[in-house]
Design a binder for this molecule. Structure first.
Ligand code: NDP
Length: 280
């Protein structure tokens, strides 16, 4: 098995559901582009089967998996080791199997978000102004972690259910200011960044209805929703001159560390990759 493990490598995305995942297209594009011998497949795994699946996969040639909803918290709990970032966020999206079957867990959503923002807006300076983040779910937590580590002085966190934002603020300390959802327009005053980390604006969901008037026009607006690519929020921000960052960039960038660990090559995020992932 060890020899085969070196020559043909298997990786997967595990979720329930998993059919909508773009990760097989993304990793498949990189495997073909770098002529790497291996495959990346979607695996529909239900919660009661997760632990057994993670025990079995390394024994049949898998080198790692991405984990999507609803398994991100359980995957962290099942891992043998975890990065400090995954532990802080409380969820894992990237698992790497060691040769003995033990599991290293990481959360690359934070890094993916920051890399996407930095490559789209190289002039953004995290230390210069507060950031306003909408949402307090799993993705928002990774973004809060990333922005605090990047040096944002104050993070205004707004969520429909206030208790969830307060819980994140308690976890991360006084730089995170939980504000009521109704304070969204005021939270934009002097803000150097606005992030939508809710599911509002996603196809089939209501749009995110927020007046952008108070937001300085130089401040980037990021939406982590990527279906559609241009959400109503991004369209409104673009129309008033703000730099915009779509959610596809985060999805592509969060995949880089896993691919590098599993297949031994740091892959590039570029227009060809975007086109491959957007292909119907
Ligand atoms: P969660 O279910 O953990 O969180 C959902 C968030 O959206 C919560 O803050 C929730 O508020 C809020 N929300 C949902 N409906 C409404 C509404 N009607 N009004 C106000 N707020 C609402 O999901 P995730 O954090 O995992 O994902 C959030 C979004 O981000 C999804 O659209 C997902 O596809 C996208 N995503 C994108 C990634 C990327 O790489 N681009 C990576 C991960 C996620 P409340 O707490 O009150 O319910």
């Amino acid at each position: 098995m060890t020899g085969e493990r070196r020559t043909y490598r298997l990786a997967a995305v595990i979720g329930d559901p998993v059919g909508h995942s773009r990760s097989p297209m993304l990793h498949g594009h990189w495997l073909a582009r770098y002529a790497i011998s291996g495959a990346y497949v979607p695996l529909h795994v239900r919660a009661p089967d997760l632990a057994e699946t993670l025990r079995l996969l390394p024994r049949i040639g898998f080198v790692g998996v991405n984990v999507t909803l609803p398994h991100k918290e359980a995957a962290l709990a099942l891992a043998s080791r975890a990065t400090p970032r995954a532990r802080r966020i409380g969820a894992a999206n990237t698992l790497t199997f060691a040769a003995d079957g033990s599991i290293d867990a990481d959360n690359t959503d934070a890094e993916g978000f920051l890399s996407s923002l930095r490559s789209a807006c190289p002039g953004w300076r995290p230390g210069e102004a507060p950031a306003s983040v909408l949402g307090a779910g799993g993705a928002a937590r990774a973004i809060v972690d990333a922005l605090l580590e990047a040096g944002v002085p104050e993070l205004r966190l707004l969520n429909r259910s206030p208790a969830r934002a307060e819980e994140v603020a308690q976890h991360y300390g006084p730089r995170v200011r939980p504000l009521p959802w109704s304070a969204a327009p005021e939270s934009l005053s002097q803000a150097g960044l606005l992030v939508n980390a809710t599911s509002l604006g996603m196809a089939g969901q209501p749009p995110l209805d927020i007046a952008l008037d108070g937001l300085p026009t130089a401040s980037p607006v990021c939406d982590i929703v990527y279906v559609p690519l241009e959400t109503p929020l991004l369209a409104a921000a673009r129309a008033r001159g703000n730099p915009v960052v779509d959610g596809l960039g985060m999805l592509l960038h969060q995949a880089v560390p896993g691919f590098e660990r599993w297949f031994g090559r740091r892959p590039e995020v570029d227009e060809a990759l975007r086109a491959a992932v957007l292909a119907p």
